[in-house]
Design a protein around this ligand. Sequence first.
Ligand code: SF4
Length: 349
Amino acid sequence: MKKKPFLFDLTYPELQEIVTGFGEQKFRARQVWEQAYRHLAGSFDEMSVIPKKLREELTSGISYSHLNTHTDLHSNDGWTRKILFDLPDKSQVETVLMEYETRWTACISTQAGCALGCTFCATGQGGLQRNITSGEIVEQVMFFDRLLNKKDEKLSNLVFMGMGEPFANYKEVMKAVDTLTNPEGYNFGARRITISTVGLVPQIERFAEEKRQVNLAVSLHAATDELRESMLPINKRYPIEVLLKACKQYVNKTRRRISFEWALIDGVNDTPEQAKELARLLKGILSHVNFIPLNPTRGFKGRESKQKRIEQFQSILDDAGVPNTLRLRRGIDINAGCGQLRQEANKQD
Ligand code: SF4
């Protein structure tokens, strides 16, 4: 049996082709597109401006959703909500919604699992299930924005920092970005989107060439190859020097600041030596370092850094003039770190 197309995978011309194939005029496709992306309809049935007969044809011809809620958790402080979704083939993705006073940020998955095996990461510990489609990325955003819409709120930022390495699923991730920023549809500001990579150099170079307005974050986590390799196996393929060369090229080409992410692990990468080496490496790169104490995971012995060491690390960077911010850990009580919920669910299932 032929698989039904999935609405959020479709480009506007593809949707138009299907709708005109039902014998309808082109403007009906525009209405469906606007209902899905501007009015955030949760199904074809909710699109009351569309005639009933067409709604029925759409429902039987196009799949509206690939996400099924498996687990839905709210943190005790009420600031974080995390959902583990089942996809139609039973692979799983996690999406996190975080409230920061007046802003709402969604942390989106770009793969079901991940093949890159970073030692401290629950997703890496579980391996790769499959690449997900652009529509499955987009639907995670729609899901949370529909919920916010009901209380007259909306998403302010999107970070592609959930499960998976976005640049290992480059084509689908960029297609999702194009859909989300489409001015005729959802029209989300590209500058409010951040893509995080662990450092796939050819894709960083490609991304720099495309000169998108989307922000780039690189998970660095260590300032020497020996340490970085022990945490992020990808460093064997793209060592720090090669990675930072690509980052510099990105900044030169796009004139955009790059972020470096650093999960602070007690006694591992929070030493004064690492801080000094990091300051030396980043000298002259238009960048910002974001620190976050590690979210401990089942398969990794490391723990989050102690406050005193964090302060010492930061003061070395401050003295060297490296812009940096300490980020708060969110949703520890609901396993909000990427991949942790799937790890827990699989233990229980
Ligand atoms: S940190 Fe990112 S790249 Fe590394 S295993 Fe986890 S999801 Fe994959």
